[in-house]
Write a protein that binds this ligand. Structure first.
Ligand SMILES: Nc1ncnc2c1ncn2[C@@H]1O[C@H](COP(=O)(O)OP(=O)(O)O)[C@@H](O)[C@H]1O
Ligand SMILES: [Mg+2]
Length: 423
């Protein structure tokens, strides 16, 4: 501790003076009225720096004139009452990064206890501070990037899952296709046979009635009642009919699953009927649409086109789901097809919210979404764009906020022949 009672004061003080004068840390002695009584070289440098940036005279001798925040009044009060204050001050200086000082303010009292002056030692931590805030903003950027990647990973996982579910579904569909086939055709035969049997029974009935044999009549009537034959007679054809309808529905679902996944034809361009793809996609997302949208289909005469059907189905699904999501309560989704200038055109429209003008240019950007977290990943249209491009087609969109949106997908009927040579 520096103390005037020290025996070596006389020899020590000049030495300490040299140390303090030349310390790289700014050191001030400041009167209670804020006059600067002493400033070492580093402190002088700071006063000059502050004066230049604030346009004041560097000869200023009051701390508050150099910069109002250099020694905040609350810090001085704290130092006066507690003896010491430690803290940071950030002083904005023009355009450059702020001057940030780590301050220690000591209240120095005379022998009678009155406040003689403040001893202020500072350390310039502007560089560390700038580094820290840069690190913080980098960190925030990383955080955002991480979230995006996480979203992408989720989406990938999701599509991985979809793909494996698709494969599984296609496998199952393939397996049950056969049994469903013969159940379906057997039911048709059964319907025929049961009709014949019932006709035969009616003939027997008439014979028994006409035979005049009362024992036979009683026996037959008794059996009829016990077996509730007249109910059975009416119910049997109905049961068979319902079973046929049921199996017909299952057959359709299986077909849709097969059409949708088409895993047997993965990544291969084949000739396919887009109407089938659109129908099976509509069936698959029917649950998402049915409460909100009436689907109006206007299918024109279009040729089969060379494409990867599962990928185009993915495109149709993404756009149809968006259309459904754009409709708040009830609306119409239109799906139409036509041929124009040698290309097949698929138009998918909705009368939902529409897309604001400033949003429109960004909707195909990966990760761009206006939907709440959990609903949208912003990848649907980006993926669709990529898939349509792979098919040498285009996607265009027109939208009027409040009225609706129309997506136009144009696809060539045949793929360019040099496809394999392209990079
Ligand atoms: N039919 C539509 N009506 C209104 N906005 C749409 C429509 N289709 C796409 N959008 C806008 O484009 C954005 C991106 O769509 P998409 O890539 O499918 O991502 P997501 O659906 O996950 O948000 C959506 O968030 C939405 O703002
Ligand atoms: Mg979407």
């Amino acid at each position: 501790m520096l103390s005037p009672q020290n025996d070596d004061t006389d020899t020590l003080l000049p030495l300490l003076r040299v140390v303090v004068d030349n310390s790289q840390n700014p050191i001030f002695l400041v009167e209670p009225d804020l006059h600067i009584r002493y400033a070492n070289r580093a402190a002088h440098a700071i006063t000059v720096q502050l004066a230049v940036s604030t346009g004041r005279q560097p000869s200023s001798h009051r701390v508050s004139e150099l910069h109002p925040d250099l020694l905040p009044s609350f810090a001085l009060e704290m130092a006066a009452s507690a003896g010491e204050w430690n803290g940071e001050v950030a002083l904005p200086i023009g355009q450059r990064r702020p001057l940030v000082l780590m301050l220690q303010i000591l209240a120095i009292r005379g022998a009678d206890g009155t406040l003689e002056c403040y001893g202020v030692s500072a350390r310039d931590i502007s560089f560390e501070y700038a580094r820290k805030s840069e690190l913080q903003s980098r960190n925030a950027e990383l955080e955002v990037a991480y979230r995006r990647l996480k979203g992408a990973q989720d989406q990938l996982l999701q599509s991985e899952k979809l793909a494996s579910i698709g494969q599984l579904a296609a496998g199952v569909a393939h397996e049950i296709n056969n049994p469903i086939g013969y159940v379906h055709s057997n039911l048709a035969t059964l319907q025929e046979y049961s009709k014949h049997l019932l006709t035969l029974i009616e003939a027997y009935d008439r014979l028994v009635e006409d035979s005049g044999c009362s024992r036979a009549r009683v026996e037959v009537n008794d059996l009829r009642q016990r077996l509730d034959f007249s109910f059975l007679q009416g119910d049997l054809p109905q049961l068979i009919e319902e079973s046929r309808e049921g199996i017909e529905r299952v057959r359709k679902i299986v077909q849709d699953l097969k059409d949708f996944s088409r895993s047997d034809a993965r990544d291969k361009f084949v000739l396919a009927d887009l109407h089938r793809g659109l129908d099976s996609t509509l069936n698959i997302i029917w649950n998402d649409l049915k409460y909100k949208a009436q689907v109006v289909k206007t299918f024109g005469e279009i040729p089969q086109i060379e494409c990867i059907p599962s990928e185009l189905n993915q495109v149709f699904m993404n756009i149809l789901l968006n259309a459904g999501q754009a409709i708040a309560e009830r609306g119409i989704v239109t799906v139409s097809t036509s041929v124009d200038a040698g290309q097949v055109v698929i138009a998918i429209g909705d009368d939902g919210d529409g897309i604001p003008e400033d949003v429109l240019p960004r909707i195909f950007d990966p990760f761009f979404t206006t939907k709440p977290v959990g609903t949208g990943t912003g990848l649907g249209l980006a993926i669709s764009y990529g898939l349509v491009k792979k098919h040498h087609g285009t996607i265009d969109v027109t939208s009027t906020p409040g009225e609706g949106t129309l997506f136009l997908i144009r696809l060539p009927i045949t793929q360019p022949t040099d496809e394999a040579d392209q990079p």
